[in-house]
Write a protein that binds this ligand. Sequence first.
Ligand code: FAD
Length: 465
Amino acid sequence: MKDISCKLLVIGAGPGGYVCAIRAGQLGIDTVIVEERKPGGTCLNVGCIPSKALIHAAEEYDRIVHLASGANPLGIRTTQPEIDLSQTIAWKDTIVGRLNSGVSGLLKKSKVKMVQGRARFRDGKTVEVETETGRQIIRAENVVIATGSAPVELPSLPFGGTVISSTEALSLTSVPDRLMVVGGGYIGLELGTAFAKMGAKVTVVEAQARILPQYDAELTRPVSKRLQALGIEVMTRAKAKGLAKGGSALLVETESGSEVSLPADRILVTVGRRPVTQGWGREELVLDMDGPFIRIDERCRTSMRGIYAIGDVTGEPMLAHRAMAQGEMVAEIVAGHQRVWDKRAIPAVCFTDPEIVAVGMTPDEAHKIGSEVRIGQFPFAANGRAMTRLGEEGFVRVVARADNHLVLGIQAVGQGVSELSAAFGLAVEMGARLEDIAGTIHAHPTQGEAFQESALKSLGRELHI
Ligand code: FAD
């Protein structure tokens, strides 16, 4: 196989890698991208997209179950629905397939050469790819490591048999009767909620004192309430110790220190993700590390000249949109543009029921950096659109500096608030003041009005409460 030389080589075609390659191609950089699996990475194949497809199907099913119960106030009568999970999964796979082709098409359009196979550094400028037809040597002036992350495996609960990761959970073709979820972070709760809505009896085992510990308790309260309403049992300060009864039960150490054996058809382990820092020849390089992650500077440069790293392999928050923004920036840096990582805020969305959005600082974080803050909070119970959607649970909260009203952070919990994340991100990124949000005409009736009202409330000028 003839050797290839290029200006930019990207290893990994997840959201970080493929965006980097597309932008580089657009800028006329001679670019090659190597991917061992499918274009789109974790996000498109076994992460963001498939999980949201499953969540949507579960929500639709749950809505009809609720309507069929006769207890709904909308005046709609229907009969009990059924769900065929194998068909749901087939539908999800067609969406993933269409997007896989979409990513390949975009790379092609940007004149990026795609090589299928596993990449491995030989030295800082040379990478060897094991392809189906042989070894391909690629020499590059610049290399971007975008190898992403993988599910963390617990030594006491190795994957296999009844023990599954999020990857397998997204391809189950029947709803397990009893699902144990180990880890009450966003991935476990999103999937646990979806399976509970589809009829599984779900138990969440969380080692910490509460679920979603990265969000403040006020934001997670409506989610806890809904989990309870869905019949999901949440065991906090509890530790999964291993399998019992030949794999058909989970051994759990409860808060009181006693051990219980809980029957389970599936045990979904979602205790975090680890960066993929092995299997691509890191040992041939001298890269400084930051704990388990590759250390990068504000230009995503590693400690080796000409080698960049982006996305999950570089640290928290492990989110697709962070990876994409880093990828775009690195392509521009390689093209000679003056770019640094100057993002004020990376939105974090939790697609639970209700959803949570957080951008920038929470009140506690603002206090910690010594800012005197004003907080405006507006409940969806006072928002007309939320009422008409039976979504009165939750609120929008704006955190701003007390002196000059600069918005430091915005959080919300409520039905469909993920779609408000763009407005929240824009406000923080552009350095909006409370007056900017309060003075923007928000369409009526929308949930976005709660955003405007929270700014008005902070200024002591609320109109609808
Ligand atoms: P990845 O997407 O992990 O891509 C890395 C790619 O590199 C992979 O395709 C891999 O095959 C390839 N690779 C690795 N080593 C090699 C090698 N040696 N040679 C060739 N190729 C290689 N994030 C959000 O922002 N929103 C969400 O709603 C969301 N939901 C999620 C739900 C689930 C269930 C999971 C698991 C994750 C979710 N995430 C979400 C996280 C998101 O998927 C990641 O943050 C994102 O995919 C990281 O992108 P990346 O480009 O860094 O790496």
